[in-house]
Write a protein that binds this ligand. Sequence first.
Ligand code: MG
Length: 260
Amino acid sequence: MMKKVLIYGILVILPICFSVSADAQTKKEYPKPEPMTPKMTEFWTPQPKIVTPGKTAKEATPAPSDAIVLFDGKDLSAWTGEKGDPAPWIVANGVFTVKSGTGSIMTKQKFENFQLHIEWRVPADVKGEGQGRGNSGVYLQGIYELQVLDSYENETYINGMAGSIYKQSPPLVNAMRKPGEWNTYDVIYSAPIFKEDGTYRIPPMVTVLFNGVLVQYNTIIHGTTPYIGFPAVNKHDAGPILLQDHGDAISFRNIWLREL
Ligand code: MG
């Protein structure tokens, strides 16, 4: 009789012991990381050396025969607003300009690997400083920001300058033209290939010429390019070219792309 009671007792107590220890485990707390702040991902040195680009050609680099023309000076029919609405930015005199507060615009067409040519200009009348001067951005596949900024005599964190992959890779040099003059980006981009688990098998890679001067050379992109925090890797398909509304009146012209 006593034996039976003992066995029953053990059978009753054992699961209780296990469930208590399981409870204790789920309740165990580890230290949490400090909340990220913007400055944690901003680096100021070494400031890239200044390279004066060659003189601007009188005529813009025209699209080659096999390019998809994304803006030919006439209209924004190749673009949409953030909600799929007609792109609300301003077209005049063969260029288009950010209409502050209307949000980013993106191409209707989506791309994988490409060569992109795009020209951009920051306003001649200089306003603001640092990131608040002539800020926009070219988002590759709508996700990875190639920074557009007035980096002419305007220091900021180097991984946020014109020609940087935002908050990741500073430009090799600073080849910015004066405010009011046209700049060019020639971008060669290869899209990432993902594993089944959503991480990169091959990360996105980019080479960028800024006014004909190399500023990114087979740069590996590590993930998204947020203002706050580390790059995140999120599985995605083909994506658009997206241009950022950062509140500044940046103008663009002569945009074309060759799929690779
Ligand atoms: Mg930007």
